[in-house]
Design a protein around this ligand. Structure first.
Ligand code: AMP
Length: 380
């Protein structure tokens, strides 16, 4: 089914063409028509499913037909859990709105950076992508008014709850007009989420996309049984022998991310760490260096993985296994995206073996554990 049948206008079809979006992803096929009709929507979908465009396109189109509101009175509010996602979503808005005749200004606001430039930038903004805490600060300073909001999007709502934004979200809901369109996206459903859903959504259209499990078929999964102290040399051996030009390595702690990165660099493999202890600027610079090929290895913790959107990531390595099988699927889902094959490699020590069994059961896929004792790691 082509995009043209979904009810999008000519300007947006042209913009889609320019971005090389030829066919809608399943979530876009299902979500765009009801959003254009003004329905509330609950989308159970993960990053990588194409969910961003599934609300960006119709919300832009809805806004196109509206007269420009009073300054600082935004029309569309997108709440997100992290700065990375805020930046990423606003980029998608900008990429599409830049092609429209009528200029529509969007802005990403998030904490951890100075508020003043954001207050100034709020001039003329119609679409605001915000993390909850920073949005409330901006409201307090009268830099933005929520009384004209017609569309509310909650993206990665489950993550927002996990990160403890429940109270902030409740405060924000109180500031919004009662009559509005609500779109809620989440990777999972939980009790807390059900409560939010009941509070926010009115007779929503429900869409469920199992993107990451479908994606798993595109991913070659390998696992090596390895002693803890040999994980570093084995990682370097694999990077070298498999000629990994771009690889995302996951660790479970910030400390480990830093030590793995340091070791790689001492061994002349260009690596950079990205985790919650790094400043916003450092994280953005790490990601862009990794994207443009300046560094070969990005070492990240789970919290960071949602914001990492690289269409053709060929390799993911689990230096340590994540605690939850969902995180495992999420991590390896960074590769094998958008129909491109990828390889995910897990380094599994003795203590992790049982847990690796649990993960395989959950994802309903077996991964053979390759013994690494015979691999000659001298010099790595
Ligand atoms: P998302 O799940 O929104 O993070 O999107 C995942 C990736 O898929 C992004 O890199 C998008 O640019 C890309 N994408 C989304 N929809 C399409 C489409 N219909 N055709 C091609 N690429 C797409």
């Amino acid at each position: 089914m082509p995009f043209a049948t979904l009810g999008l206008n000519r300007d947006l079809l042209y913009a889609l063409d320019k971005q090389f979006y030829t066919q809608p992803y399943p979530i876009q096929e299902k979500a765009i028509p009801p959003i254009l009709k003004g329905n509330d929507l609950l989308g159970i979908a993960q990053t990588g499913s194409g969910k961003t465009a599934s609300y960006v396109l119709p919300t832009l189109q809805l806004l196109q037909s509206k007269p420009v509101a009073k300054n600082r009175h935004i029309n569309t509010l997108v709440l997100v859990p992290t700065r990375e996602l805020a930046i990423q979503v606003q980029k998608v808005y900008k990429a599409f709105s830049d092609r429209l005749e009528q200029g529509i200004k969007s802005l990403a606001v998030y904490g951890g950076v100075s508020i003043n430039p954001q207050m100034i930038e709020m001039q003329g903004v119609e679409i605001l992508v915000a993390t909850p805490g920073r949005l409330l600060e901006l409201v307090e300073k009268n830099a933005v008014y929520l009384t004209n909001v017609e569309v509310l999007v909650l993206d990665e709502a489950d993550k927002m709850l996990n990160l403890g934004f429940k109270e902030e979200m409740a405060k924000i809901f109180k500031l919004l007009p009662a009559k509005r369109q609500n779109l809620l996206f989440s990777a999972t459903l939980s009790e807390d989420l059900n409560a939010i859903q009941a509070l926010v959504l009115k007779q929503p259209i429900v869409i469920k996309i199992e993107a990451e499990t479908e994606n798993l078929d595109l991913i070659t999964q390998l696992a090596y049984a390895v002693e803890d102290e040999k994980k570093g040399p084995l990682l370097r051996y694999l990077i070298t022998t498999l000629e990994m030009k771009q690889v995302l390595v996951f660790t479970s702690s910030v400390h480990k991310a830093d030590t793995v990165t340091d070791k790689l660099n001492t061994n002349r493999i260009k690596a950079i760490a990205m985790h919650s202890k790094k400043s916003q600027g450092a994280r953005e610079s790490a990601l862009s260096k990794f994207k443009n090929g300046e560094v070969q290895v990005l070492v990240a913790t789970d919290l960071m993985s949602r914001g990492i959107d690289i269409p053709f990531l060929p390799f993911v390595v689990n230096y340590e296994l994540p605690r939850s099988p969902k995180d495992y699927i999420h991590r390896i889902g960074r590769t094998g995206r958008a129909e491109n094959a990828g390889t995910a490699i897990s380094l599994v020590n003795e203590e992790e073996k049982h847990h690796f069994g649990v993960i395989q059961k959950k994802m309903k896929k077996q991964v053979e554990l390759i013994l690494s004792e015979h691999i000659d790691l001298k010099g790595y």
